[in-house]
Each structure stands twice: as C-alpha cells, then as structure tokens.
Ligand binder design. Structure first.
Ligand code: NAD
Ligand code: UGA
Length: 463
C-alpha cells in the first residue's frame, strides 16, 4: 500500500517535530497535523516560523521548508481523518489525576477520544499508528473501539513509539538510533508495517528499522525511558555518597563510563531529572507491574522516582542549610527554569520543585530562563497549589536578562544547563551580589576554579 496522505492527531512536542521531518523527507506525502488547541495550531501557522510554539534547534527551518508545500497544521480533525490513509495518534498521555490508578496509571482518555473519532469518521480502511507512549496492550483496547464502527471499515493498528529527546529532536529524528514498529503478524498486519517502513526508508537505513510484535513495541518504549531515568538516579545516588566521602562525582562518572559495557552518556549528576515522560512512564510501569501482582518488580522501578524526588529536595535543603539555616526574605536568583537546555518545555522541571521548597521558606526568587515566559513560570507554581497565585506572583519575579536577576542576590541556583550561562560576565555578577556570594550549581555546569578565583562560594552536585 502506497501512502500519500497522513494525518497526525496532536500537534505537541512529538507530533509537530515528527511530522515536520516526515514532510521534509517525503515531499510526495501530504502531512496534516491537527489539534483541538486553536492557539497552538495558530502558532504553528504563524507567518514567521520563529514563532512556532515549540522551541527546538533547527525546527523552524524545517517547518519553513515544508509548510504549505506538503505540511499543514489545522483544527479540522474530522477532515484530516477522513482524507488520510494513515493516522498517527500523538496526543498526551499524562499520569491520571483522579479515580483508580490516580497518581500512577496513564490517563488514556485523549487516546480513547481519538479512537472514537476515527471510528465515527472513517469510511475507508485505515492504518492507525500509536505514536504516543502507551501502556502495554493498549492496542487491544484501541482495536476493540475501532472495530465497533459497524460500517465494515478495516483498521490495522501499529505501535511506532517515539524516542526523540527534547532539545535535540531534529537531530534525533534525522538520525535515529532505531525506529521501532510493532504490528500484527497477519498478512494485513505485515502490509501495514511495510507501509510505515517505506515511509521511514526515505531517510532511515533499513538496518535501523526494527519490527516486533505490538506488545514488545509498546513495552520497549516504557522500559527504554525507565532504563535511562535509572542511570540518572544511579549517578545521583552516588553524588550524595561523593559529597560525604570526598570522591568527586565527575571523576567517578568518567571512570565508570569508560567501561564500554556501561558507556559515558547519561551519567551527569544533576538536581534531578525532569520532563514530561520519565516520571510519568516509570509510574505507569510500576502501575502495570502492580496490576499483574508483581510487587517486587514495581518496588524496584519505583525507587528510581523516590531517589529523584530525594535529589530535588536535597538540593533545596543544601541551599537553606548553607545560607545559615534561613532564606527568609533573602533574594535567590534562579538561572534556568526549563527541564533541560534547548527547550521551552518546563513540564516536571526540577526548578519548579526547588522553587516551591524555597518559597515555603519565604525566600524571594528572581528567575531568568532564555526561553520560558513569566506566565509559564507562574502557571507551573500555581499548578502545585501550595499557596495562592497572588503569593506566587509576589514572591517569584522573572527577569528578561540575567544580570538584574542576580543583582543583590544572596545566592544563585543553576537549574538548567543552558550553555550561555557559562559565558556570562561572572565578575560583574559577583560585584553586584550580597557577600558572601554563593552559587549552587544544580547542573555541574560552571567552572569551579574560575568562580572560586572571583570569590564565589561554589557548590556543585556530588563534590
Ligand atoms: P503535548 O501535550 O505536547 O501534545 C499533545 C497534543 O495533543 C496537545 O496539543 C493536545 O491539545 C492534543 N490533543 C489531545 N487530545 C486531542 C484530541 N482528541 N484531538 C486533537 N488533539 C488532541 O504532548 P507530547 O509531549 O507531544 O507527547 C505526546 C505523546 O508522546 C505522549 O504519550 C508522550 O509520552 C510521548 N512522547 C513524548 C516525548 C517528548 O519528548 N515530549 C518523546 C517521546 C514520546
Ligand atoms: C527522554 C528520552 O531521552 C527520550 O529518548 C524519550 O523519547 C523521551 O524522554 C520521552 O519519551 O519523552 P527528554 O525527557 O526529552 O527525553 O530529555 P532527556 O534528555 O532524556 O532528559 C530528561 C531529564 O534528565 C532532563 O531533566 C535532563 O536534564 C536530565 N538528565 C539527563 C540528567 O540529569 N543527567 C543526564 O545525564 C541526562
């Protein structure tokens, strides 16, 4: 089956970049990305592609090349479903905030809504692709909803989870380590898998395209994230041990990472991992294990989250303890709010939790992030519902540039590893701060020797 029209439901951090690259690499395929969020679609259609809603290095140029040619963004979900031969579901699957499984299970209501809408609209056979990260065996539920249409339409369901990381989405999509496609082993299932392989084969070498059964594909995505997050919790656990023993975490990470069986990547100790997926996906994995009665398995993976929460709390405690056990009415400057560099995404960012702790201690926060707006920062704090929006707005101020954020501050906390922070005029910052001037580097980003030479008291994670 030759695919000429694709639709993607969900124009978020995955749907937008993924479809932009497919459109760029497959000019013969018309790609329409739809979303219920009108503002988001309007931003994707902004005349100046610099204003697209997602900041990713290189993405605006890809959108500029393909948009209007074979890449379209629209709110007309029904029309796009009707026209497409292949439909990607790329909607959000957050942790449930209500009912059974609250705080653990994935909330699949958006996925189910998509399935119902596809079932209601489809008049001809379609391939439905799970792009969202889903609990193992979700395809079964999707199929049962789709098969209830009663109008004789045949659906094939594929699992094609996405492995891109934010901040490097374009590079990850252009040269993926692997593309994973799970499908049914029937003849029709294999044809559907082949149709998707043919799309990726336009730019991905065939030996990087992996075919599995549906359940292996769904489960591999959840567990890939769990393994990655586990590395960070492992190194962060050691960072605390380094602090009390005189070992230096950077040296330990280098020494263990040079073992080719371990590898050097993803071993940076930090204030804790953030982002929309690691915590959500591990909680989901824990929930799945529990629901099969596998308590030991559930407890094993839950520890990755427990350690991460501990690491965030430990960082704010260190700040309070070092500042003579009180930060009340002290100005603390935050450099960074996004959950990692090169993204404007703040979901589950460690900065939010550190800020919340320090606001509880009555600190005055002065926040600067190169890509995050004040409204977003306040919305993140308000979402925790620890105190009133008015109090958040009064005690957390955002700045357009770093130097005024740091002026008169007692301490600076580095929460995101933006490269530009290294290049600041640290002498100028030091001159305008309260003394002693403290830097708490939650990303081990800055040059300790240079900062100490200026006169800063410098704390890094794990040394
Ligand atoms: P997102 O919140 O940025 O985007 C989801 C979009 O779907 C939103 O714009 C929302 O309005 C839209 N939507 C929800 N229900 C809809 C419906 N019924 N019809 C039309 N639009 C609808 O989420 P995201 O970060 O892109 O993540 C999407 C999925 O991909 C999740 O399952 C996530 O776990 C997975 N994933 C995310 C990443 C990442 O780096 N963000 C990477 C790999 C996988
Ligand atoms: C992660 C995975 O890396 C992707 O493969 C996956 O597709 C995605 O989740 C997903 O399913 O959403 P992402 O969350 O975008 O991608 O970003 P990462 O680069 O994994 O970083 C996650 C968090 O870990 C960040 O807060 C980052 O600062 C932190 N981190 C990362 C560390 O603290 N130390 C490290 O060594 C690496």
């Amino acid at each position: 089956m030759k695919i000429t029209k694709i639709c993607c439901i969900g124009a978020g951090y995955v749907g937008g970049p993924t479809m932009a690259i497919i459109a760029q690499k497959c000019p013969h395929i018309q790609v329409t990305v739809v979303d219920l969020n009108r503002e988001r679609i309007a931003a994707w259609n902004d005349a100046d592609t610099v204003n697209i809603p997602i900041y990713e290095p290189g993405l605006s140029a890809v959108v500029a090349e393909a948009r209007g040619r074979n890449l379209f963004f629209s709110t007309d979900v029904a029309k796009a479903i009707d026209e497409a031969q292949m439909i990607f579901i790329s909607v959000n699957t957050p942790t449930k905030t209500y009912g059974s499984g609250k705080g653990m299970a994935a909330d699949l209501k958006y996925i189910e809504l998509c399935a119902r809408q596809i079932a209601a609209i489809a008049k001809d056979n379609k391939i439905v692709v799970e792009k969202s990260t889903l609990p193992v065996r979700t395809a079964e539920a999707l199929k049962s909803i789709l098969d209830e249409t009663g109008n004789g339409v045949q659906f094939q369901i594929l699992s094609n989870p996405e492995f891109l990381a934010e901040g490097t989405a374009v590079d990850d999509l252009l040269a993926p380590d692997r593309v994973l496609i799970g499908g049914d082993s029937s003849a029709a299932g294999e044809q559907a898998v082949q149709a998707l392989v043919d799309i990726y084969a336009n730019w991905v070498p065939l030996d990087r395209i992996l075919r599995t059964n549906l359940w292996s594909s769904e489960l591999s995505k959840l567990t890939a994230n769990a393994f990655l997050a586990q590395r960070i919790s492992s190194i962060n656990a050691l960072s605390e041990l380094c602090e009390v023993t005189g070992a230096a975490i950077n040296e330990v990470a280098k020494a263990i990472g040079m073992d080719s069986r371990i590898g050097p990547k993803f071993l940076n100790a930090s204030v804790g991992f953030g982002g929309s997926c690691f915590q959500k996906d591990i909680l989901n994995l824990v929930y799945i294990a529990k629901s099969y009665g596998l308590t030991a398995v559930a407890d094993y993976w839950e520890q990755v989250i427990i350690l991460n929460d501990h690491q965030k709390r430990r960082f704010s405690n260190t700040i309070v303890k070092t500042l003579y056990n009180t930060v009340s009415d002290k100005k603390i400057a935050f450099l960074g709010w996004a959950f990692k560099k090169d993204t404007n995404d703040t979901r589950e960012s460690a900065a939010i939790y550190v800020a919340d702790d320090l606001l509880n201690e009555q600190a005055q926060l002065a926040i600067f992030d190169p890509k995050v707006s004040r409204n977003k920062m306040l919305a993140d704090l308000d979402y925790l519902a620890t105190r009133s929006s008015k109090d958040n707005a009064k005690n957390a101020t955002s700045f357009d540039e770093p130097y005024s954020a740091c002026e008169n501050a007692h301490a600076i906390a580095v929460l995101t590893e933006w490269e530009e922070f290294r290049a600041y005029d640290w002498q100028r910052i030091y001159d305008k701060m309260q003394k002693p001037a403290f830097v708490f580097d939650g990303r081990n980003l800055l040059d300790r020797a240079a900062l100490e030479a200026i006169g800063f008291v410098y704390f890094a994670i794990g040394s």
